[in-house]
Design a protein around this ligand. Structure first.
Ligand SMILES: NC(=O)c1ccc[n+]([C@@H]2O[C@H](COP(=O)([O-])OP(=O)(O)OC[C@H]3O[C@@H](n4cnc5c(N)ncnc54)[C@H](OP(=O)(O)O)[C@@H]3O)[C@@H](O)[C@H]2O)c1
Length: 349
C-alpha cells in the first residue's frame, strides 16, 4: 500500500530541535506538494521539557509556543508522559527517529543506544549528533544496511553545508584521498582575538561571553571537539575505523601571544587544523595548530566560520566554506536529510 504519511519521533528537544520544528511547521504544505508525504511529529522525548506521544500529530506551533512560555512541551501536565527515552523509541510507532540529544564526546552515548533501538524497531534515523559517527559509525551503518534502514547525518559537521552529500551525491567515481579543515569555531575565535592583541584568558572569556564557548572550554581548546569531527569525517569519507582517541591531537592552550605576533611578522596566522589522510593503507587523523600563510584560503576563515578542503583523485582539491552559521543552518541540515529520506522512500515505492 502506498504510504502518504511519515511519522517522526524527535529525541532531545534543545535549540536544534526547536529550529527544526519551526522549519517543519513553515514548510509542511511545500513538503506535501513536492514529495507527496504529510510529515507529522508523533513523539518527542524532551527530558527536562517533558515527553509527548500523539499518534495524530503534535501541534507544532502550539508546542513551540509552550516551550517558549513555560519551558515544557505542553503547559497541560496531562499532555506529558512519564517515560524513559528508550521506552518512548520502543513504543512510539514512528517511521523516522530524529536524534538530537546532547553530544557525549567521550563515548557517543546515549545516542548510540537510541539509534540501535530505532533501527531494531524498524525506524530510519537522522542525527545531528556527531558522537555516534565518531565512536561507532561502521557498526551502526552496517546495522542500517542489514535492516534496510536509511541513516543520515549531514549536520554533524558544518551544519547544513553539504559535506557528506557533496561526496556521496555529486562526485560519482571520485575517491577522496585526504581532507583538511577549520572545524571548531571556539578555537578559531580565540586565536583571532589573540591576533587582535587579547591574552589567551581574555579571549576565552570573550568567547564565553558571546556564547561560543562553554563554561568549561576544555573540550574545544584541547581539541576534543575538533578530534570528534575529524574522526567522523574520516570514518565516513575515508572509510576509516577511527575513534576520537586515535587522533593525534594538540589543542591551542599552549599558544602564546608572542607566537601569534611572530607568525604575523612572517605574514602567517596560527589556525587549528583538522586533517585526515591515508598512510600505508591506514587512515590517520590529526588536530593541531598550524602556521598558515596569509594567502592561504584557511587564513581567511574568521570567527565562527568553518572550511573544509577535500583532495580527490579525479577532481583535485575542492573547498567548501560555511560563513557565520546560526542555529537555522543546523536546522536546515536536519531538514535537508529529511527531504533526502523522503526522496528515497518515494523512489523505493
Ligand atoms: N546547536 C548547534 O549549532 C549544533 C550544530 C551541529 C550539531 N549539533 C548537535 O545536535 C544535537 C542537538 O544540539 P542542540 O544545540 O539542540 O543541543 P541542546 O540545546 O543542548 O539540546 C539537547 C537536548 O537533548 C536533551 N537530552 C539529553 N539527553 C537526552 C536523553 N537521553 N533523552 C532525551 N533527551 C535528551 C537535553 O535535555 P535537557 O534539556 O533535559 O538537558 C537537551 O534538551 C547535539 O548532539 C549537538 O552536538 C548542534
Amino acid at each position: 500500500m502506498k504510504r502518504t504519511q511519515i511519522k517522526l519521533c524527535i529525541i532531545g528537544f534543545g535549540n536544534a530541535a526547536k529550529a527544526f520544528c519551526q522549519i517543519l511547521n513553515d514548510k509542511a504544505d511545500e513538503i506535501e506538494k513536492t514529495y507527496g508525504y504529510k510529515v507529522i511529529v508523533t513523539a518527542i522525548a524532551g527530558r527536562s521539557k517533558g515527553s509527548m506521544i500523539d499518534a495524530s500529530g503534535i501541534a507544532l506551533e502550539k508546542m513551540l509556543a509552550s516551550i517558549q512560555k513555560t519551558g515544557k512541551l505542553s503547559a497541560r501536565e496531562e499532555d506529558l508522559i512519564d517515560c524513559q527515552t528508550n521506552e518512548l523509541i520502543e513504543g512510539c510507532n514512528a517511521d523516522v527517529m530524529i536524534e538530537l540529544s546532547t553530544l557525549s564526546i567521550t563515548d557517543g552515548q546515549p545516542a548510540i543506544r537510541h539509534i540501535e533501538k530505532a533501527f531494531v524497531r524498524g525506524l530510519h534515523v537522522i542525527t545531528a549528533n556527531k558522537g555516534p559517527i565518531a565512536w561507532d559509525f561502521e557498526r551502526l551503518s552496517t546495522m542500517a544496511d542489514k535492516l534496510k534502514r536509511i541513516f543520515l547525518y549531514e549536520t554533524i559537521v558544518m551544519d547544513g553545508t553539504p559535506i557528506f552529500n557533496l561526496v556521496r551525491e555529486t562526485l560519482p567515481g571520485c575517491k577522496v584521498l585526504s581532507f583538511k579543515g577549520i572545524l571548531n569555531s571556539t578555537t578559531n575565535f580565540i586565536l583571532e582575538e589573540m591576533e587582535r592583541g587579547a591574552t589567551y584568558d581574555d579571549a576565552v572569556k570573550e568567547a564565553q561571553r558571546r556564547g561560543f564557548a562553554e563554561a568549561d572550554p576544555s573540550l574545544d581548546v584541547d581539541g576534543w571537539d575538533a578530534a570528534a569531527k575529524t574522526t567522523a569525517i574520516a570514518n565516513v569519507i575515508l572509510k576509516a575505523k577511527l575513534k576520537p582517541t586515535d587522533i593525534d591531537r594538540t589543542g591551542i592552550g599552549g599558544i602564546t601571544i608572542e607566537e601569534i605576533k611572530e607568525a604575523g611578522l612572517k605574514n602567517k596566522k596560527i589556525k587549528l587544523l583538522c586533517e585526515g589522510y591515508m598512510e600505508n593503507g591506514k587512515a590517520i587523523g590529526k588536530v593541531h595548530p598550524v602556521l598558515v600563510d596569509r594567502n592561504d584560503i584557511f587564513s581567511h576563515i574568521d570567527a565562527t566560520s568553518s572550511a573544509l578542503s577535500i583532495t580527490t583523485d579525479m577532481m583535485g582539491e575542492i573547498y567548501i566554506i560555511e560563513k557565520d552559521p546560526e542555529i537555522e543552518q543546523t536546522a536546515y541540515g536536519i531538514y535537508s536529510d529529511l527531504l533526502t529520506l523522503l526522496k528515497r522512500l518515494k523512489y523505493e515505492q
